[in-house]
Design a protein around this ligand. Structure first.
Ligand code: SF4
Length: 694
């Protein structure tokens, strides 16, 4: 059902769903939204949209939205609706009491990849300037933290190299562990258009996604690897490039560290990294690996796009660096049509990382241990900063269970549903003395909260989001906040109650402060964004209008760095008890944990999560299509309906995590990336058996 009617006023704003960052005109009648019209001048979408951004806005005015603050002393008590004054005073008093009793490091925050840059900036500032520690993390921890780490190691910047428009000049498109037609639909369509024009396609994915085979599109190579073997296959691709003399050595000599390249080349050339050796690990025919590597290296402009199927592994960071190695070795960087392009999941996951949400980095990826960077923030904020990195999200839960972490402020993130090993997350939350949840709805995490602060939707505030191509775009307020405040104002109220002298009147002033302390944002202002529509960072004196394509004349770190990517098998092993590998993903009509899209008509397309299982595995278990099955891992079990399909290979099962009732993350484990602790959502050993339902 699409609401229609005559609009009375409108504003051009940015979609609050995925990292494509489509621009829309939000048309309003009074305080009611009439429709979202895709904006033809939107630089990320050029007038296109998907069923999330265009139709799934009903959640903003959904009857289940909480509009008044609530508090309770223990999580067993019913909520008490209170005034904003009482809720903020309670929050500040409890944080102060906890820090006085357990020490300054006993509290922390989680910023939101759905809120604006200005809101993320303020939440991490609250932690550092108000709590006096660096216990700030972001939900990027559980998705693209390996991208931040890996690309920074290789190139010196924690972001994708290209703009979306670049794909129009690609001759070869490599998609690794990403499903853009479901998760990034507008860019997925753009990619399909280029493929229909004749570009070649290599897909590396355990599952047969729509890109592999759909009307008018067929991948030239589908490397359907066993989950958990990304590093092995990426290194095998490099083996072919090096041993068959396909590397662009002139590029490498000029742009990269030649000695490191030679060490790396010797490593990948070892026989154990050959496609023939790797076939046994990955299940991918050696001939396909060889052919795909030749196509990538010699097929013209070749671009790699990757997603969470790369990052959410125990070797997520290693794979990201392996992908960077491939691009450097073939010279596929620094011009249109090429590059290393992470497809970021949430609307502002790039921005929340840029804004210093990580426990070791200030805004602009400036390490907290750096005296010069710290001094700039200390001068701006008028405080002394702790140089020690703080706790990552999983460490917060561990410390809570151990009794040393007692208070958490979570803005716009349902950690209980989105984070892995739900049982451990709930144990951590239950052990805390203060959990403050700021959200639109009573999300799952709110079951463990002592304070609920109602948040505002993207239609109710001004600010900026940064999309997957580093594009900073304005979010414009089209209605007054139903809860009374924008999220940035709520954080400011808490800061003031903690004794901080914050007096921002508008998010534009926050951006001005961000520009003063963040070199890559030095040229960004609301006035410039208003005038130019958007800019892609870095935007500063050297690049006043931003940078669509990075590393044209050299890398941000100087010489590009080749890193040796040794394949280390995940600890998650199949065996007689858990003989199948579960991998997880997303579907077109839903978004993340579904808190928003489940409260829209989109739910009619996907009313429940299901378990995809191969016909052989289903038959072995006496399971028929639509039957309930029990899925057990070593940490938990869940019930889902079976969907029998050969999209997945024998031995592999797949589900989504959009609905809390199925609780897919009860099954996922605490394995995580060695460098960043990004959870290994993509590989869980499970058993599947017929059941009678939940
Ligand atoms: Fe929104 Fe992403 Fe869909 Fe664009 S592709 S409308 S940003 S959900």
């Amino acid at each position: 059902v699409i609401e229609v009617g005559q609009p009375e006023h409108s504003a051009v704003t940015t979609c609050a769903y995925c990292g494509v960052g489509c621009t829309f005109k939000a048309e309003m009648r009074g305080e009611e939204i009439v429709r979202m019209v895709p904006w033809k001048d939107g630089k990320a979408n050029h007038g296109h949209s998907c069923i999330k951004g265009r139709f799934a806005y009903g959640y903003a005015l959904h009857r289940e939205r909480i509009l008044n603050p609530m508090i309770r002393d223990t999580i067993d008590e019913p909520w008490r609706v209170v005034s904003w004054e009482e809720a903020i005073a309670f929050t500040a008093r409890r944080f102060k009491e906890i820090q006085a009793k357990y020490g300054k490091n006993s509290v922390g925050v989680i910023t939101s990849s759905r809120c604006t840059n200005e809101e993320s900036y303020l939440v991490q500032k609250l932690t550092r300037a108000g709590f006096g520690n660096n216990n700030t993390d972001t939900c990027a921890r559980v998705c693209h933290s390996p991208t931040g780490y890996g690309l920074n190691q290789a190139f010196g910047t924690s972001a994708g190299t290209q703009d979306f428009d670049s794909v129009d000049d690609s001759d070869v498109i490599v998609v690794i562990g990403a499903n853009p037609t479901d998760a990034h639909p507008v860019f997925g369509s753009r990619m399909k258009k280029r493929l229909r024009e004749g570009a070649k396609l290599i897909v590396v994915d355990p599952r047969r996604t729509d890109l592999v085979k759909s009307p008018h599109i067929k991948a030239d190579y589908h490397l359907a690897l066993k989950p958990g073997t990304n590093v092995a296959i990426v290194t095998a691709l490099a083996h072919v490039i090096v041993t068959e003399g396909l590397a662009n050595e002139a590029y490498v000599r000029e742009r990269c560290d030649w000695d490191e390249y030679q060490d790396w080349a010797a490593f990948v050339a070892e026989e154990r990294n050959s496609p023939e050796a790797v076939e046994k690990l990955t299940g991918v025919p050696a001939a396909d690996i060889r052919a795909a590597a030749r196509l990538y290296a010699t097929g013209g402009n070749a671009a790699i796009y990757y997603g969470l199927g790369v990052t959410e592994h125990s070797q997520g960071s290693t794979t990201v660096m392996g992908i960077a190695n491939l691009a450097m070795a073939t010279g596929n960087l620094g011009r249109r049509g090429v590059g290393v392009n992470p497809l970021r999941g949430q609307n502002n996951v790039q921005g929340s990382c840029d804004m210093g949400s990580f426990p070791h980095e200030l805004p602009g990826y400036q390490h907290i241990s750096g005296e010069k960077a710290r001094a700039a923030f200390e001068a701006e904020w008028g405080v002394t900063l702790d140089p020690e990195p703080g706790l990552r999200i999983p460490n917060m839960f561990d410390a809570a269970v151990d009794g040393t972490f007692k208070g958490l402020y979570v803005q716009g993130e349902d950690i209980l549903q989105s984070d892995p090993d739900t049982t451990h997350v709930s144990a951590g939350l239950a052990a805390m003395e203060l959990v403050v949840v700021q959200d639109l709805f009573l999300v799952e995490t709110a079951n463990y909260a002592h304070v609920f602060l109602p948040g505002a939707s993207f239609l109710e505030k001004d600010g900026t989001f940064t999309n997957a191509e580093r594009r900073i775009q304005l979010v414009r307020k089209v209605m007054s906040p139903k809860n009374g405040y924008g999220d940035w104002e709520i954080t400011q109220l808490i800061a003031k109650a903690l004794g901080l002298d914050w007096n921002y009147d508008h998010p534009g002033q926050i951006m001005d402060e961000i520009a003063r302390v963040t070199p890559s944002f030095r040229g960004v202002s609301f006035a410039k964004l208003d005038e130019e529509g958007s800019v892609q960072w870095p935007c500063n004196d050297e690049n006043p209008h931003g940078v669509p394509i990075m590393h044209i004349n050299g890398f941000a770190r100087g010489k590009g760095k080749f890193v040796i990517t040794e394949y280390v098998p995940t600890d998650e092993k199949t065996g007689p008890r858990f003989p199948l590998l579960l991998t997880t993903g997303r579907i077109l009509s839903q978004y993340n944990v579904g808190a928003q899209t489940r409260r829209t008509h989109n739910s009619e397309w996907h009313p429940e999560d299901v378990l995809e299982i191969h016909p052989h595995d289903a038959e072995n278990r006496g399971v028929k299509d639509g039957d309930w099955v029990k899925v057990q891992s070593r940490v938990g079990e869940a019930s889902l309906r079976a969907q029998i399909t050969d999209r997945v290979a024998p031995g592999v099962v797949y589900t989504t995590f959009h609905h809390p009732v199925t609780q897919a993350n009860v099954i996922t484990t605490d394995n995580s990336d060695w460098a960043t602790n990004c959870p290994e959502y993509k590989v869980t050993a499970v058993q599947v058996s017929a059941s009678n339902g939940p």
